[in-house]
Design a protein around this ligand. Structure first.
Ligand SMILES: Cc1ncc(COP(=O)(O)O)c(C=O)c1O
Length: 423
């Protein structure tokens, strides 16, 4: 076995052990046990402290960058609250996300709107709310800002191909250098202010080098356009994309920051450098607890059917091709798992659709109806992309760490059906 393979296997084992220990510790807490006892399953356990810690890690790794949490990753009051208290900015893509922030009274100066294509009414509402930074990537969008107040600042979204990202956003949004120059020229004619540039390297991109290239190329383009047009830009938005270790190790946010720091730092005095991280702030902060509702032997072996699936919280499995780990409660509580007694199984979701399969070839202990399963790293693009297919209710979210308060309600938004008592 090569050294690299041995090291990879060791890193994989370390990750699985870490995730197992975290899941185990969560289930062992009074709050974790009480939440499951009160609400049953499926249940998402959200730990806002974890969000706060991730935010701190980002700030420590890139101290000259101002972070705007991409609300779309997990638009939950408790996440917004934790990041508001920590001093984070926010990135919204819709009027609904903006309302969530407004309800908390977050000052509009801390909010940027980064959807490159918006309804004119959404632009006017955001402007009326005080938002001043917007993203565009085409002339039609630029035209929507013709009558905007003079202090509105536009960022031109650039596209960088990222075939290795789980979600390569460049196929839908962003322009190359030629169109970017045209937009700058056009904005000078129409009187709109292009304040700088943004990009998104692709979500869940485990390639710090690609990220660094995108930063370098954007800085070079800004330099070139400033010279050609005699303008000066003041903002560079490096987007999101920081990866999360689901079922395999990835570069840490510190690894990514180490590549970006030497390229960005020389520009920190001149430019307002901002970022829009989503996944990296929330993925590890939420854990899904499900129950086995059925067991069957099929031609391809053992199947366990559980009460959440790809049309629900596990929407990330199909939409993003990410694969959160799944642990059985009985192996978490029983100390070191006895893998000899495990068997390969398929994990089916609760709907009657045959594509509702959470995982195949999963090594699990013998399970029976009612047994609990736990998936860590279920905070990003899970609850927010879940559907009510088959009439199933959305999985409630219980917020951890606030003591055993009962009767209080938390929700994705105040009227969201996912509301669960805080435990
Ligand atoms: C414009 C924009 N900003 C930020 C994000 C957050 O990205 P990530 O969750 O990869 O950090 C996204 C994700 O799709 C996005 O589209």
């Amino acid at each position: 076995m090569s050294q690299a393979t041995r090291a990879d296997r060791r890193a994989m084992r370390t990750l699985i052990e870490r995730r197992r220990a975290e899941a185990s510790a969560l289930l062992a807490t009074d709050a974790g046990r009480a939440a499951v006892a009160v609400h049953g399953t499926p249940l998402l356990l959200l730990d806002p402290d974890r969000v706060r810690r991730q935010y701190r890690r980002l700030c420590d790794a890139l101290p000259f960058v101002r972070f705007h949490y991409a609300v779309k990753a997990l638009a939950h009051d408790a996440v917004i609250g934790a990041l508001d208290d920590a001093g984070s900015g926010f990135d919204v893509a819709t009027a609904d996300e903006l309302s969530l922030l407004q309800r908390r009274g977050i000052d509009a100066s801390r909010i940027i709107h980064t959807h490159p294509v918006k309804k004119p009414s959404e632009i006017s509402e955001a402007i009326a709310a005080g938002v001043r930074t917007f993203v565009i990537d085409n002339e039609a969008e630029l035209g929507k800002f013709a009558d905007a107040p003079p202090d509105v600042r536009l960022l031109v979204r650039l596209a960088y191909r990222s075939p290795h990202a789980k979600s390569d956003l460049s196929s839908k949004f962003g322009v190359g250098p030629f169109e970017a120059a045209n937009l700058v020229a056009r904005a000078r004619l129409t009187g709109s202010r292009i304040a700088g540039f943004s990009f998104h390297v692709g979500s869940q991109l485990d390639d710090p080098g690609r990220f660094a290239h995108a930063v370098g190329d954007t800085l070079a383009l800004m330099d070139d356009l400033e010279r050609r047009f005699g303008v000066s830009f003041d903002t560079l938005d490096i987007g999101g994309g920081f990866p999360v270790a689901y079922d395999a190790p990835t570069s840490s946010l510190e690894d990514v920051a180490e590549r970006l720091r030497p390229i960005l730092e020389p520009h920190a005095a001149r430019l307002d450098i901002i970022a829009e991280p989503g996944r990296v702030l929330v993925a590890e902060a939420m854990t899904l607890v499900t129950s086995v509702v059925g067991v069957a032997e099929r031609d391809d072996g053992r199947w366990y059917y559980i009460d959440d699936g790809v049309y629900g919280s596990y929407s990330n499995v199909v939409a993003e091709d990410v694969h959160p780990l799944v642990f059985a409660e009985r192996e978490l509580l029983g100390g070191t798992p006895d893998e000899a007694s495990h068997r390969w199984a398929t994990l089916g979701g609760p709907t009657c659709d045959s594509s509702d399969v959470v995982a195949r070839e999963l090594l699990l202990p013998e399970l029976a109806v009612g047994d609990l399963l736990v998936s860590p790293t279920m905070g990003a693009y899970t609850a927010v992309t879940a559907t009510r297919f088959n009439g199933r209710a959305l999985t409630p979210i219980a917020v951890m760490g606030r003591g055993l308060t009962t009767g209080e309600v938390t929700a994705i938004g105040a009227s969201d059906p996912r509301a669960a008592s805080i435990v």
